[in-house]
Write a new protein. Structure first.
Length: 99
């Protein structure tokens, strides 16, 4: 998922877990050159979801532009939706590509 947390923009993420057991979803954060700038985990309960401001969950994304890749653990069915919030308060969704 691309993100842009510069010039007053804020990226948000919603992640859903479609299975009946908790999952730990790994995340790889890259800058615009493709260099890895961070790693993390999003823990989501059974059939649950998590929503967060990207820079709150992953401080390496603060004042950065890049991509974040969420991996689906074995037997997991996850869904990811990105949001882009400008200073005006309006928002749009960010397309998320699946391999």
């Amino acid at each position: 998922m691309p993100f842009d947390n510069t010039n007053g923009l804020v990226a948000g993420v919603a992640v859903a877990n479609g299975v009946g057991s908790p999952v730990n979803i790994p995340a790889v954060i890259r800058d615009t050159t493709g260099a890895r700038i961070g790693l993390g985990i999003v823990a989501v309960g059974a059939n649950g979801h998590s929503a967060f401001v990207l820079s709150d969950q992953f401080p390496a994304t603060a004042n950065q532009t890049g991509t974040i890749e969420f991996g689906a653990p074995a037997q997991a069915k996850i869904g990811v939706l990105g949001f882009r919030f400008p200073q005006s308060g309006a928002f749009s969704t960010i397309p998320v590509l699946a391999p």
